[in-house]
Ligand binder design. Structure first.
Ligand SMILES: [Zn+2]
Length: 555
């Protein structure tokens, strides 16, 4: 039997924040792990969003092969969107490959694993599980066990950034403690050979409280900072103890891998792509009376983000979690007043945005009402957009907002390339591209009022165990390398479709470098023709969208 592998995911963890704490001895277990193992930055995906990055983590491929670019996706041959789920991901997770050679796995709270697949072992699905879903675990009998361990059968903390600091913090620590208890108990009972858990709380708490760490942040408040500036550190200290316990439960021979899906940094403003395209003439609205009326309201500020911020000010953030129905009907009423996709004149629209910093050219032959010819016209339009976007400056600071605009073929490869957005924006520090659908705001830049941190490319990786070198700094690790590294630790071959590589430089001995000559199993490889049935009911899809809105992810 090979030694077990334990993976701890800390969503959004970055050395920019935690390295000083580790060095000062405030996170003793992480410090010991760095000293007795290897560590380094882990390059995230583009975009640096949790569903995208965690999907690359679990498949070892770039988004052009797994197909996940954010919290929702464009429906084929349509301008409409749908909320994503695990079935949209077209490549098998590495734990399914391990299953095929008889390894027992335990997967807890990894984002985008709903609906859970059947495995030898267990799965508790993570972020993007519909609130209140009954089928969020495999096997089903696990629900009863969870009830025994934590006194209820859900691990969903049900909080939002709209909540006050105390309530938010309380819910976060409580839900993390419950999650930890479930991990301790299931590791003891099942003894999985691969165990993976993701703690999302690191990302949530950074989004919520970053400004209390940063005196230069416009939302820094000296009184509140006195109370809350240590809260992120306390949360990491809480997790430091939890990780130490999980590692000790896995036994002396276990390899521990701690990873984050992306880093984090201060957020000041959102960049809204659709208003920018509208103001610059790339996107056109219809001329009928209803659209005109909505356009007038939109110009005076009746847009989803404003409403969200108003709700924030009067602190009715909890609205809806107990009575979804009221909330949905309120939203439907508002939506009749908001400018929407139905107001877009597609016959005069050359480019539009769906997703975080993702721009589609309205292309003939691909899009239902495409007007831009492939070839020269398409390339010229992309060049113009890249030039203008990079030139765009924040009217307040006169600083450029967009750091880089990539053509899709520069960052992705694989079967999804054709249907993927044509340009991908990466903003400068302090800015975040709003996950756009329709028209979140009339102004191109808006202040981020509910969250004060954004995502950055530099995630983290730390590894330790008998198979791992000591005290080495890794310089070139990427998130797609995790899956092949795990397969390598189990001594099984790496499927050729994987874009990542095993982190050979981290391995202590050459013994485990010996790979079996024969493939123990036949890899079926990526399956792009899977029937994409939607596991969400329309109500569940509504609830998830609403949830994401409240968390500030989508407009
Ligand atoms: Zn994340």
């Amino acid at each position: 039997m090979s030694s077990p592998v334990v993976i701890i995911g800390l969503d959004g963890a970055t050395f920019d924040l935690i390295l000083p704490w580790i060095e000062n001895g405030k996170l003793p277990f992480l410090r010991e792990t760095m000293k007795n193992g290897v560590y380094g930055e882990l390059k995230s995906t583009i975009p640096m969003l949790s569903p995208t990055a965690w999907s690359s983590f679990m498949t070892g491929v770039n988004p052009g092969k797994h197909g996940i670019l954010g919290f929702f996706t464009r429906k084929r041959n349509s301008y409409a969107i749908e909320v994503i789920n695990a079935k949209h991901r077209k490549i098998e997770e590495f734990w399914i490959l391990l299953n095929k050679i008889g390894k027992k796995v335990g997967i807890v709270n990894v984002p985008l694993t709903y609906p859970p697949k059947r495995v030898n072992g267990f799965i508790i699905s993570g972020m993007m599980t519909p609130p209140g879903a009954k089928d969020y675990v495999y096997p089903n009998s696990l629900k009863e066990k969870i009830r025994v361990i934590i006194g209820e059968d859900t691990i969903d903390p049900l909080f939002t950034y709209l909540e006050g600091e105390e309530v938010f913090t309380q819910k976060l620590f409580d839900s993390t403690e419950k999650l930890a208890k479930i991990c301790f108990s299931l590791i003891k009972e099942y003894k999985p050979e691969l165990f993976a858990v993701v703690f999302n709380g690191t990302d949530y708490i950074q989004h919520k409280f970053w400004h209390f760490l940063d005196r230069k942040h416009p939302r820094y408040d000296i009184k509140k900072a006195a109370k809350f500036q240590k809260i992120i550190l306390s949360y990491y200290q809480f997790l430091d103890k939890i990780i130490a316990k999980i590692y000790s439960l896995a036994g002396k021979n276990a390899t521990l891998i701690i990873v984050s899906d992306h880093g984090a940094g201060p957020l000041l403003k959102y960049f809204h792509v659709n208003p920018w395209l509208l103001h610059n003439g790339f996107l056109a609205l219809k001329k009928n009376i209803r659209t005109k009326l909505r356009e007038c309201l939109y110009k005076v500020g009746l847009a989803p983000e404003k409403i969200y911020n108003c709700l924030l000010r009067v602190r009715v953030g909890n609205l809806g979690f107990k009575g979804h129905r009221t909330d949905v009907s309120l939203r439907r009423t508002l939506e009749r007043l908001f400018l929407s996709v139905s107001d877009v004149n597609w016959k005069k629209t050359k480019a539009f945005s769906i997703g975080s910093g993702l721009i589609y050219i309205n292309l003939k032959g691909r899009d239902p009402h495409g007007i831009v010819n492939p070839g020269e016209e398409y390339e010229k339009l992309r060049d113009t957009l890249i030039y203008m976007l990079k030139k765009y400056r924040d009217p307040e600071t006169k600083q450029p907002v967009i750091k880089e605009v990539y053509r899709k073929e520069e960052v992705y490869s694989g079967p999804f390339l054709e249907e993927f957005p044509d340009l991908i924006l990466v903003p400068n520090s302090g800015y975040m591209t709003f996950e756009e659908y329709e028209f979140g705001s009339y102004t191109v830049l808006t202040y981020a009022e509910a969250v004060s941190a954004t995502h950055k490319s530099n995630g983290i990786i730390l590894m330790r165990g008998p198979q791992i070198k000591k005290g080495l700094k890794l310089n070139e690790a990427e998130i797609v390398d995790v899956a092949p590294t795990v397969l390598y630790l189990f001594g099984i071959p790496i499927p050729s479709y994987m874009d990542g590589r095993p982190l050979y430089e981290a391995m202590a001995s050459q013994k485990i470098a010996k790979q079996p000559k024969e493939y123990p199993i036949k890899y079926t490889g990526p399956n792009y023709t899977v029937n994409m049935e939607n596991p969400y009911t329309p109500e569940e899809e509504e609830q998830i969208k609403l949830r994401l809105k409240r968390l500030g992810y989508i407009s």
